[in-house]
Write a protein that binds this ligand. Structure first.
Ligand code: PMP
Length: 352
């Protein structure tokens, strides 16, 4: 036996770059606008002497705000340190059998990493040629299902009926619908948590609530599943969310007006950007998220990516089968998208 035989060794998830220099950052689907002014005010007014105390382990203020805003019971809500933490807890809690967990071949690239780290068997099912999900693929025996809707990095939203077929067709598996981008388009499965006891809907405050830096995520499901999640969470770390996050989370959720305004602006910029990309010959599915996943029939994505980077514009390129001709472009402000499009006009004639 060697030292390394007792060590859990994994290939970690690779997050998008967070450059130290000032760039136009269209590479990690953050919100280009600041958080709600109410969040900033509440953080300024917080009593930081209370930092000597442990934070509320049940996160009651934040959970209550979510419960009121979304009209679901407090016992139907789980919260975590970003939706990565929530999803990781879901993998640990619900995917505990011998049968493979199913998810698409092209989706959020953290799913296979969690499956590996927790030693969960899994199968990646190829999306159709147009990157849509075929519900029939998910009707066989399995140990659980995870689907991002809208999907990442494609931005394609599945219909609620298709997702409901998958949820209804798998009563013995937990089906996780990762709605990280649902506030930018597509139809939520949230109302289905009252109908199906095997559904978990996961959300994040990193994109549509402009708080990636705060690390806040949450999940909705029936009280029984939420209890199992909390049991696992309290068996790993009771105090996951810190005091400032709890304050910021509750306040952001209460400011529905600001949320509507910034998500509306992102959608409008996205639609304008689609039209501009089309004019330049790019091809892409009709993204419902805060990014566009596009390819150009004549110019190679890796070259465009490099040239943009030289000009201080960061987008995301995945050197992976099926998607290595695509760029994922997060939606920034109109001004940022203008600079991106001007850079493309400079680059495209050069990079055949
Ligand atoms: N799900 C999907 C589909 C994502 O793209 C991301 C962002 N990387 C996350 C979950 C995690 O986001 P966060 O941990 O910031 O909530």
């Amino acid at each position: 036996m060697g030292l390394r035989d007792n060590i859990r060794r994994v290939v970690p998830y690779t997050p998008g770059e967070q450059p130290k220099i000032k760039v136009i950052k269209l590479n990690t689907n953050e919100c280009p606008y600041p958080p709600s002014p109410r969040v900033i005010r509440a953080l300024k007014e917080a009593d930081y002497e209370r930092l000597r105390l442990y934070p509320d382990p049940v996160c009651d203020g934040f959970v209550s705000a979510l419960s009121e805003y979304y009209g679901v019971g407090k016992d139907q809500i789980f919260v975590g340190v970003g939706s990565d933490d929530v999803l990781s807890m879901c993998f640990m809690t619900f995917f505990n059998g011998d049968k493979p967990v199913l998810f698409p071949d092209i989706t959020y690239s953290f799913y296979d990493v969690w499956a590996e780290v927790y030693r969960i068997p899994y199968r990646q099912l190829p999306l159709r040629e147009d990157f849509s999900v075929d519900p029939e693929d998910y009707m066989g025996e399995n140990g659980g299902i995870v689907l991002a809707n809208p999907n990442a990095p494609t931005g394609i939203a599945a219909g609620k009926e298709e997702l409901e077929r998958i949820i209804a067709g798998n009563p013995e598996s937990v089906v996780i619908v990762d709605e990280a981008y649902i506030d930018f388009g597509g139809e939520t499965c949230l109302p289905l948590i009252n109908k199906y006891e095997n559904l978990i809907v996961v959300r994040t405050m990193s994109k549509s609530r402009a708080m990636a830096g705060m690390r806040l995520g949450y999940a909705f499901g029936c009280p029984e599943l939420i209890k199992y999640l909390n049991d696992v969470k309290f068996s790993v770390n009771s105090y996951t969310l810190n005091m400032p996050s709890l304050i910021a989370g509750a306040e952001a959720i209460r400011d529905g007006e600001y949320f509507g305004e910034i998500t509306g602006r992102v959608r409008a910029t996205r639609e304008r950007c689609k039209a501009e990309l089309k004019k330049r010959g790019f091809e892409f599915a009709d993204s419902m998220a805060n990014f566009i996943f596009a390819r150009h029939p004549e110019y190679h994505a890796a070259r465009i990516f490099e040239e943009l980077k030289k000009r201080g514009i960061y987008v995301r390129y995945f050197n992976k089968p099926r998607i290595d001709e695509y760029l994922r472009i997060s939606i920034g402000t109109d001004e940022e998208m203008g600079a991106f499009l001007s850079a493309l006009d400079e680059i495209l004639p050069e990079v055949e």
